[in-house]
Design a protein around this ligand. Structure first.
Ligand code: HEC
Ligand code: HEC
Ligand code: HEC
Ligand code: HEC
Ligand code: HEC
Length: 455
C-alpha cells in the first residue's frame, strides 16, 4: 500500500469515528441550511489559484447550471413536470442539489434562470467542493455530501499553509465516494438513473486502486498558488474534469477492430465480418452518467472498387429487448415530452435520431411509466436491457452480407466506426438545444479489405 493510501485509510477511520459528533445536514435535509454568503466565489480563489481556476472554468462542472441544455431541460421539462405530477415534485429542488448546489443550500428554489445572473450560476464551485467534509449513510448518491463552509478549505496535503484560509487535510477528497455523492442518482421510482460510482466499484480499475481523480484530475508538477506563498509539488492535481464534452477524451476511449471471414468472395456470394468493440479507457460503463441521452453506435459500411457505399446492418443476436439496440428510423419514443408540455397529438420523436438504420447502439434504455423510451431520468420507472460497454469489456458483432450480383470485381473496403453523440439528435432539434450537443464525435475507426472475384 502506498503512503498516499495509508494516509487515506488512517484518516478515513478518523473521519468515520468523529463524523457522528458534528453531523451537518446532507441531501434533501440540507435545503436552505446555508445562505449564499457562506461561500466564496471562484474569482476569490483565482487571486492565488489562477491556473486551477482557468482549468475549472473550461470544464462542465463550473457550467452545471448555465450550460444551455441544462437550462432547457430544467426550465422546459423538469420544473413544469414537478408542478403537475406529485410523484416527481421533489425534483423542483432536487435537480439543483447537484447542478446549482449553492442555490439549493441557500433555499433559493427554483433558482432564477441563468440570464438573471444569480449565484446559482456558480454551479459546482471551488468553495462548494472544498467545503465537503464527508457524506451521510452507506452509499454516496443524491448530493448526500456534508458541507461545512467557512475559513477552512478541505485539502489533501499536510504541511502547506495559506494566509487566506486554513487547510484541513481530508482523505475523503481522494476517494471515489466524494465524486459519487453527485455522480450516483436515484430517481423517484428508486432506480439508479446515474450510477457512475457504482459502476466504477465493480470495475477492474477500482480493484487496482485507481479512482476517478486519477483519470479526471491527472497530476502535474507545479505550484497551485505561486503568488500566495504556495510550495512546489511534483503532483498537483489538475482540475480539468474532462469527460463527454471533451472530444479528445472521447476519442480512443473505445477501440474497434473488424475482419472478414474470407479474403476472396464471388459477386453474389456471401461473407461474414466480425467487429470487436472494447471499452479500453473508462473506469465505468460507456456511456455512463447521463446514459438516457447519450448515443454510442457502431456503423459498418462497405465501399466497392467503384466507390459505391453499402451500409451493413448488424446481425441480430436474439436477446430480450434487442430491438432497442438496433437503430431504426421508424421507432418513435420520448412521447413523455408531449405529456409534460401538454402538446396535443404529440406522437413522439425518432428514437434514434439520425443514427443509420441497422447500426448497433450501445445503450441502457430508460423507460417511462408507460414503457416508452425517455430522456427524462426522473421519469424513469424501468430499464430495458443494458447493452453498454463495461470497463475493458469486449462486445462482438457480426455482419452477414450477401454481395450484390453486379458488384464490381476488385477490392472492397469495410469501415467500422464507433460514434458518440451527447444528446439524441431528434430531441436536440425539437427542443432547440445547440448543435454541439448532438454532433457525432468519432470515438474509434478501423478498416479491412477483401477481394471480389469475377464469376
Ligand atoms: C491569498 C491566496 C489564496 C487564496 C485567495 C486562496 N488560497 Fe487556497 N491556498 C493558498 C496557498 C498558498 C495554499 C498552499 C498551496 C501549497 O503550498 O501547496 C493553498 C492551498 C489550498 C488548498 C489545498 C490544500 C492542500 O494542501 O491540499 C485548497 C483545497 C485551497 N487552497 C482551496 C482554496 C479555495 C477553494 C479558495 C477560494 C475560496 C482559495 N483556496 C483561496 C492560497 C490561497
Ligand atoms: C468537483 C469538486 C472540485 C472542484 C469544483 C474544485 N476542486 Fe479542488 N480539488 C478537488 C479534489 C477532489 C482534490 C484532491 C484530489 C486528490 O488529490 O486526489 C482537489 C485538490 C485541490 C487543490 C490541491 C492540489 C494539489 O494537489 O496540491 C487545490 C489547491 C484546489 N483543489 C483548489 C481548487 C480551486 C481553487 C478550485 C476552483 C477553481 C477548485 N479546487 C475546484 C475537488 C474539487
Ligand atoms: C456537487 C456535485 C458534484 C460533485 C461532488 C462532483 N461532480 Fe462532477 N459533475 C456534477 C454535475 C452536476 C455535472 C454536470 C455538468 C453539466 O451540467 O454538464 C458534472 C460533470 C462532470 C464531468 C463532465 C462530464 C461531461 O459531460 O463532460 C466530469 C468528468 C466530472 N463531473 C467528474 C467528477 C469527478 C472526477 C468528481 C470527483 C473528484 C466529481 N465530478 C464530483 C456534479 C458533481
Ligand atoms: C480508468 C480511467 C477512468 C476512471 C477510473 C474513471 N473515469 Fe470517468 N471517464 C473516463 C473516460 C476515458 C471517459 C470518456 C468516455 C466516456 O464518456 O465514458 C470518462 C467519462 C466520464 C464522464 C462523462 C460520461 C458521459 O458519457 O457523460 C463522467 C461524468 C465521468 N467519467 C466521471 C467519473 C467518475 C465520477 C469516476 C469515479 C467514480 C470516474 N469517471 C472514473 C475514464 C475514467
Ligand atoms: C445526484 C446529482 C444530480 C441530480 C439530482 C441531477 N443531476 Fe443532472 N447531472 C448530474 C451529473 C453528475 C451529470 C453529468 C453526468 C455525465 O456526464 O455522465 C448530469 C448531467 C445532466 C445533463 C446533461 C448535461 C450535458 O451537458 O450533457 C442535464 C441536461 C441534466 N443533468 C439535467 C438535470 C435535471 C433536469 C435534473 C433534475 C430532474 C438533474 N439533472 C438532476 C448530476 C445530477
Amino acid at each position: 500500500m502506498s503512503t498516499r493510501n495509508l494516509v487515506l485509510v488512517a484518516a478515513l477511520i478518523l473521519t468515520i469515528a468523529t463524523s457522528g459528533l458534528c453531523a451537518a445536514a446532507a441531501g434533501d435535509a440540507a435545503l436552505g441550511t446555508h445562505p449564499y454568503s457562506s461561500f466564496d466565489k471562484d474569482e476569490d480563489c483565482a487571486e492565488c489559484h489562477n491556473d486551477l481556476y482557468q482549468q475549472h472554468k473550461q470544464g462542465m462542472m463550473s457550467q452545471s447550471y448555465t450550460h444551455a441544455w441544462d437550462e432547457i431541460e430544467y426550465f422546459e421539462l423538469a420544473l413544469p413536470h414537478s408542478l403537475i405530477e406529485e410523484k416527481v415534485a421533489g425534483i423542483k429542488a432536487g435537480c439543483n442539489g447537484c447542478h446549482a448546489p449553492l442555490a439549493f443550500l441557500a433555499g433559493d428554489i427554483p433558482p432564477k434562470p441563468p440570464a438573471e445572473n444569480t449565484r446559482a450560476n456558480e454551479g459546482v464551485s471551488c468553495d462548494l467542493c472544498h467545503s465537503i467534509v464527508g457524506f451521510e449513510g452507506e452509499v454516496p448518491f443524491n448530493f448526500n455530501f456534508r458541507v461545512e463552509p467557512g475559513d477552512v478549505q478541505q485539502g489533501v496535503r499536510s504541511g502547506t499553509e495559506s494566509m487566506y484560509h486554513e487547510i484541513q487535510p481530508n482523505p475523503f477528497l481522494m476517494s471515489a465516494e466524494f465524486c459519487g455523492t453527485c455522480h450516483n442518482e436515484k430517481d423517484p421510482w428508486g432506480l439508479w438513473v446515474k450510477a457512475t460510482h457504482l459502476e466504477w466499484k465493480e470495475s477492474p480499475q477500482a480493484k487496482g486502486g485507481i479512482v476517478c481523480q486519477d483519470c479526471h484530475m491527472p497530476p502535474a508538477a507545479g505550484n497551485s498558488a505561486p503568488d500566495g506563498g504556495g510550495l512546489e509539488h511534483p503532483d498537483v492535481r489538475q482540475h480539468l474534469f474532462h469527460g463527454a464534452h471533451d472530444d479528445g477524451k472521447l476519442a480512443g476511449s473505445v477501440e474497434v477492430r473488424i475482419h472478414p471471414s474470407a479474403r476472396e468472395v464471388q459477386a453474389g456470394g456471401s461473407i461474414t465480418l466480425q467487429a470487436t468493440v472494447v471499452n479500453a479507457k473508462a473506469g465505468h460503463m460507456i456511456p455512463t452518467g447521463s446514459a438516457e441521452e447519450r448515443v454510442v453506435w457502431l456503423h459498418v459500411e462497405a465501399e466497392d472498387a467503384k466507390g459505391n457505399r453499402y451500409s451493413l446492418p448488424v446481425d441480430r443476436k436474439g436477446f430480450e429487448g434487442e430491438e432497442m439496440t438496433i437503430a431504426s428510423s421508424e421507432a418513435m419514443a420520448y412521447q413523455d415530452i408531449g405529456d409534460i408540455q401538454g402538446t396535443e397529438g404529440f406522437e413522439g420523436l425518432r428514437r434514434d435520431g439520425d443514427v443509420p438504420d441497422g447500426a448497433r447502439i450501445y445503450r441502457l434504455p430508460y423507460l417511462d411509466p408507460q414503457g416508452r423510451m425517455t430522456v427524462a431520468q426522473w421519469n424513469t420507472a424501468a430499464f430495458g436491457t443494458d447493452y453498454r460497454l463495461a470497463p475493458l469489456q469486449a462486445r462482438n458483432e457480426t455482419y452477414s452480407w450477401t454481395l450484390p450480383e453486379q458488384l464490381e470485381a476488385g477490392p472492397v473496403t469495410v469501415i467500422a466506426t464507433v460514434w458518440y453523440s451527447r444528446l439524441v439528435s431528434s430531441v436536440a432539434s425539437y427542443l432547440g438545444v445547440p448543435e454541439e450537443e448532438t454532433t457525432p464525435i468519432k470515438m474509434a475507426q478501423h478498416q479491412t479489405t477483401f477481394m471480389v472475384v469475377g464469376p
